[in-house]
Design a protein around this ligand. Structure first.
Ligand code: UD1
Ligand code: CA
Length: 457
């Protein structure tokens, strides 16, 4: 039996109080809807149909890479109406699984069980017993404990509101049944909407078996309506990722203070201290230690390297046995060969640093190619920008650049050259020589420092 998955994502999500449609709100830096689509894909369905409406263009634009059928619901007339829009593209003999674009944490395994429970002829529902069921549809059962219908909170009697078993909204049924039920829906209810949940009453009336199963955990089926829900979902999502990484051997000093907004691949015996944020695609080799409060984005860090606290690395490659930080900022295009060192308050951008080279203190190095075993003193600055264009600096192997040197690019420092402290280098410094350019120091004998006149004060 072919499986078709319908994802309802047409609602505005007013309670988000955001210009961004709800299903584009980020969870781990990816839109909610993307999470749901990826979960749906894990079931290998015949087709995924996304019902969109509010803010439709931007939803499609931002998720244009997804292999889904986009179904427009021009007016949000209810969840039943929303599913009905997708039914035209679904053959009668298929199975239909309905998911919500704002329920992003449901696991593929839970959905597989739901699909299996629906089998060839039943209607399967995912329910959850809540200590506080306020706001949700309630599952009404008869004396034999069979589900007879779902009643929405606003349509429920006082007794019905005491029912703790609620509707998660996720269900699975045969397409031909749904076709039939959806056509029979009315909007004669408090909200004047076509409720998908009314299909349950119709199924019971038709004598179709109803299988109501509970989700493994309450958190899986939590819907997201506001920023508080979103923050809770983020923590749950982060916890899941942290647990999966720890299961693969990563040491996290505190999994509650770790955020992965992308993908992280780690080797053996990697340790990450608290409050580290990982973004994009990050790959870390063996025996790497990352200090507290670092941000690592789209970078590769090879084995045995140490990243000390408060370091920010963006679009860079770090070799083996390197030492970075604390308080270093490696910007895009930074490439460090093995055993390189970048110390505190150093900014690099578009730089190649050769093996064993050091930039230890308070420097800006940009658009530069550095050889091996180069030593860059404290406060060295490459003046790579003249206000219009960027220029390159080249530094040969074993060069020694003294403290407080400005390298005015384009400029080349030859191999094994020494540049004296305080020099402003405007012409090439030849290999194996000393280049110094600074005002000669004089000492004035008998000079007196001015003193303040006590009476004038
Ligand atoms: C729905 C269920 C309720 C359940 C709850 C779980 C109905 C009638 N009620 O209520 O039993 O306990 O979810 O969270 O189904 N949507 C559309 N088009 C529409 C209306 C809604 O695409 O015309 C989408 C929304 O974007 C959302 C989902 O359907 O993703 C649920 O809609 P929402 O209005 O939030 O339903 P609830 O009132 O929460
Ligand atoms: Ca909802």
């Amino acid at each position: 039996m072919a499986l078709h998955i319908v994802i309802l994502a047409a609602g505005q999500g007013k309670r988000m109080r955001s210009a961004l449609p709800k299903v584009l709100q980020p969870l781990g830096d990816r839109p909610l809807l993307r999470h749901v689509v990826e979960t749906a894909q894990a079931l290998a369905p015949e087709r995924i149909h996304v019902v969109y409406g509010h803010g439709g263009d931007i939803v499609q634009e931002r998720l244009s890479d997804l292999d889904v059928a986009w179904v427009r619901q021009a007016e949000q007339l209810g969840t039943g109406h929303a599913v009905a829009q997708a039914m035209a593209g679904i053959p009668a003999e298929a199975q239909v699984l309905v998911l919500y674009g704002d329920v992003p944490l449901v696991r593929p395994n839970t959905l597989s069980h739901l699909v299996a429970a629906a089998g060839h002829d039943a209607l399967a529902l995912l329910t959850v017993v809540l200590a506080n069921p306020t706001g949700y549809g309630r599952i009404v059962r008869d004396d034999d404990n069979r589900v007879t219908r779902i009643v929405e909170e606003r349509d429920a009697t006082r007794e019905e509101r005491h029912i703790a078993e609620t509707n998660t909204g996720l269900l699975c049924a045969q397409a031909h049944h749904l076709h039939d039920w959806l056509a029979r829906l009315t909007n004669a209810n408090v909200q004047g909407e076509y409720y998908l949940t009314d299909c349950i009453g119709l199924a019971a009336y038709d004598g179709v078996a109803i299988a109501a199963g509970q989700a493994a955990s309450e958190s899986e089926t939590q819907g997201i309506n506001n920023k508080l829900d979103l923050s809770r979902a983020e923590r749950l999502f982060q916890r899941r990722q942290a647990e999966a990484l720890m299961a693969s051997g990563l040491t996290l000093r505190d999994p509650a203070r770790f955020d992965l907004r992308g993908t992280l691949a780690v080797g053996q015996d990697v340790e990450i201290d608290v409050d580290v944020v990982i973004e994009g695609r990050v790959v870390i080799g063996d025996n790497v230690r990352v200090g507290s409060c670092c941000v690592l984005r789209d970078c590769e860090i090879d084995s045995d390297t140490r990243i000390e606290s408060h370091t920010v690395i963006d679009s860079a490659h770090i070799g083996e046995h390197c030492a970075i930080g604390p308080f270093a900022r490696l910007r895009p295009g930074t490439r460090l060969a093995d055993r390189a060192k970048v110390g505190n308050f150093v900014e690099t951008k578009n730089v190649e640093v050769g093996a064993g080279s050091k930039i230890n203190h308070l420097s800006y190095v940009g658009d530069t190619r550095m050889g091996q075993d180069v030593n860059i003193g404290a406060g060295v600055i490459t003046c790579n920008y003249d206000g219009a264009a960027k220029h390159r600096t080249t530094i040969g192997d074993q060069a020694f650049i003294g403290s407080d040197v400005q390298l005015v690019a384009p400029v080349t420092v030859g191999a094994n050259a020494t540049v004296g402290a305080g020099t402003t280098v405007t012409r090439d410094a030849p290999a194996d020589t000393l280049t110094v350019g600074r005002a000669r120091q004089t000492t004035v004998e008998g000079w007196r420092r001015p003193t303040k006149n006590a009476r004038a004060e």
